[in-house]
Ligand binder design. Structure first.
Ligand code: HEC
Ligand code: HEC
Length: 407
């Protein structure tokens, strides 16, 4: 009986609705329905809340969540995965920023649409352009410096450069707009995002950067452990608690029982990290002090990093001191991808730092020479264990950041 009555009921309701609203409303509604169907045919679900939930322990340090426009981010997500943004249709942003690799690239020097190599390793995305306060930064706006050499702070600008660079997607913005405006689904997505169906260059860049801004990574085992220990945002002691757990610099204490969520080795690794690394690579950005440095990879840099941008010899060998969130997923390492494993990176800091004239003071010993941390095999294991705690597996599988295209 039920099987018959339910559809009947719908029909009756539908008829009632038609009567009330009149024929025009029905037409509008069906245009909407058609559009929704078209989007559903082309894409996996697009309607999400794209913003990042900030864990309480990060709120306690004064961080504010960023607000994201969901329709604009959804459009940006489609653009990010669309290969027609590149000249030969072979390459999307996602080709070099792979979700499985925390939006970095495994290829060492990334390969562009023209087959030319970019001379740098792709950078992971995740808390990249958002959390202005997260990136208490060198520039006046508090916006993060982007690229290995920090040459811009605007994510729109990065997207423009990626599309137009001959070594990346090798297109012009107007050509891209010409291509995408012929697709009905873009006209629909544009209307949802910007209230009109005509793709514009500036809006395309805005949408791409809104999507990049939306990619937040705050759910690693490290975050969960911190939350367990210092999660109460109402307690006055919160920021202190976070600071004490995270920055406790006394490595002479023998750790017998680590705080909840940490293994003994991970907690020893955190201690070492807090003492030797976190000034430049804090996993809690408000605690980071140094945002760019020469870390003494070589005496002679082939790529001078910031020096190439400013022409100032004091900036030679200076690169962004990157976030280490998801670092276990983003091999190979350094701007030129020279190290294949985290073990090799730790070996470098242990005994390999070179006495480059611009070597950062934190990596020098009392006599001004390069500091050699001489980590024991146990220290190395502990450090790697800690770094692996920064892997946010939810980011890697989050449907909101995956390819929306059904094929
Ligand atoms: C051919 C590979 C390639 C493609 C395609 C590509 N990127 Fe990148 N991306 C890179 C490389 C390499 C870097 C680092 C470049 C540098 O520092 O000079 C980078 C850096 C970035 C950064 C800066 C991250 C940071 O932390 O500073 C952002 C944001 C970014 N890309 C977004 C995009 C977007 C959006 C697109 C698509 C419009 C895109 N990329 C397409 C390789 C690529
Ligand atoms: C003075 C600041 C400074 C200190 C201290 C420092 N680093 Fe770095 N680190 C950098 C810079 C700058 C880079 C990028 C260098 C480049 O690519 O030329 C880097 C790169 C890295 C990378 C590669 C990241 C990637 O995505 O390619 C890892 C891993 C790393 N450091 C780990 C550590 C560890 C572990 C310690 C402590 C033992 C440490 N760093 C101490 C400044 C620092």
């Amino acid at each position: 009986m039920k099987k018959i009555t339910l559809p009947l009921l719908f029909l009756v309701l539908l008829a009632a609705a038609c009567k009330k609203e009149g024929p025009v409303a029905v037409q509008e509604e069906s245009a909407d329905v058609l559009e929704t169907r078209m989007l559903e045919r082309a894409f996996h679900p697009l309607d999400y809340d794209y913003s990042t939930v900030l864990p309480n322990y990060l709120r306690a340090t004064g961080l504010q969540p960023v607000s994201i426009d969901n329709a604009v981010a959804a459009l940006g997500r489609v653009l990010f995965y669309d290969k027609s943004l590149s000249r030969d249709g072979s390459m999307a942003c996602a080709s070099c920023h792979d979700q499985k690799r925390a939006f970095a690239d495994a290829k060492g020097f990334s390969l562009g649409a023209s087959g030319q190599r970019i001379e740098r390793q792709s950078l992971p995305l995740g808390n990249t352009a958002s959390f202005a306060a997260h990136y208490r930064s060198l520039n006046a706006h508090g916006a993060p410096s982007l690229f290995w050499d920090g040459r811009t702070t605007s994510a729109d600008e990065v997207a423009r450069m990626a599309i137009t660079s001959p070594r990346e997607m090798n297109m012009t913005l107007s050509e891209v707009v010409e291509r995408i405006r012929t697709k009905d689904y873009y006209r629909a997505l544009w209307r949802k995002a910007f209230g009109h169906p005509e793709p514009k260059e500036s809006e395309m860049l805005q949408a791409l950067s809104e999507f990049v801004r939306a990619i937040g990574s705050t759910r690693s085992p490290f975050d969960i452990a911190m939350e367990m220990n210092a999660g109460d945002p109402h307690s006055k002691a919160s920021e202190d608690t976070v600071r004490t757990i995270y920055c406790g610099r006394d490595t002479t204490i023998v750790v017998i029982t680590p705080p909840a969520g940490f293994s003994v080795s991970e907690f020893r690794g955190l201690r070492l990290f807090g003492r030797h690394c976190s000034s430049c690579h804090s996993a809690i950005r408000p605690f980071q002090e140094v945002f760019e440095a020469c870390n003494g990879l070589s005496m002679e840099y082939k790529d001078q990093g910031k020096g190439k941008v400013t022409g100032n010899p004091k900036d030679n060998g200076v690169f962004k001191s990157v976030s280490l969130r998801n670092v276990a997923r983003t091999a190979p390492y350094m701007h030129d991808g020279r190290f294949k494993t985290l073990g090799e990176v730790i070996d470098f800091y242990s005994t390999g730092i070179q006495p480059h004239p611009n070597l950062h003071p934190l990596l020098r010993n009392a006599a001004g020479g390069p500091r050699h941390f001489n980590f024991s095999p146990q220290d190395k294991r502990d450090l790697v264990d800690f770094l692996e705690m920064l892997t946010d597996d939810q980011l890697i599988t989050d449907a909101r950041f995956s390819s929306p295209f059904k094929q």
